[in-house]
Design a protein around this ligand. Sequence first.
Ligand code: SF4
Length: 254
Amino acid sequence: MDRDEARRKLEFYRDLGIRELHVRSLPAPPETVTEFEGAEAPAPAVKAVSAETPVPAVLSMTPDDDSLPRILDDMGNCTRCKLHRGRTNLVFGVGNPQAKLVFVGEGPGADEDAQGIPFVGRAGQLLTQMIEGTAAKEGIQVQRPDVYICNVVKCRPPENRAPEPDEMQTCGQFLFRQLMTIQPRAICALGSTAAKALLGTKDGVMKLRGRWHKWRDVPLMVTYHPSYLLRAYNVQAKREAWEDLKKVLHYVYD
Ligand code: SF4
């Protein structure tokens, strides 16, 4: 990397609110996207999903003493990407800052934008039911406030469109910092945008769901976004999502 490129990268991180860099290698080496079979597997047998997996161009540089309040403070009245133009509220995340399980969705919808809280609309209610209903059925003591819930982008995309790659890349830095700070036992990626942002894969949910992958060292399960499950014809997908969630809950809380 030449000096100009290094300077541009440093300015980019400064703009993201990162005041200190702890750089082991820059650019950081691509993450290996991994998978292992079965929730019970103690030491995941690792296998690369795809050698051509597109890895997000910028990987997060997290300060040692990072915290959720600091990340929020660094974001401030964020205008780092064009999504800020249409937002009412920035939707940072909600739940237990020491959660063992983090759910990552795509981005805020209208209800979330109005309230500044992720997953509060119909899809959010379904997510709550999925978490609490599955946990109760499986004899696991978990309520929604026990987990942490956030999105890849923190501002509502216009007309509820999917976030664009530049928006995911810019805002994804904050998501990465959230995950590094919380250090959950597992992550559940809801839908293909979250899977793309965290695994750098082009594969869709149908191909990825139902088995374990990894974000950094954290086991990650991909499943359907609750808004997809709200469509009446998705009976099979609902069944599959419940199966995915069962695996995740048992892995994290058994
Ligand atoms: S989506 Fe993220 S990066 Fe873009 S303006 Fe909102 S908070 Fe900032």
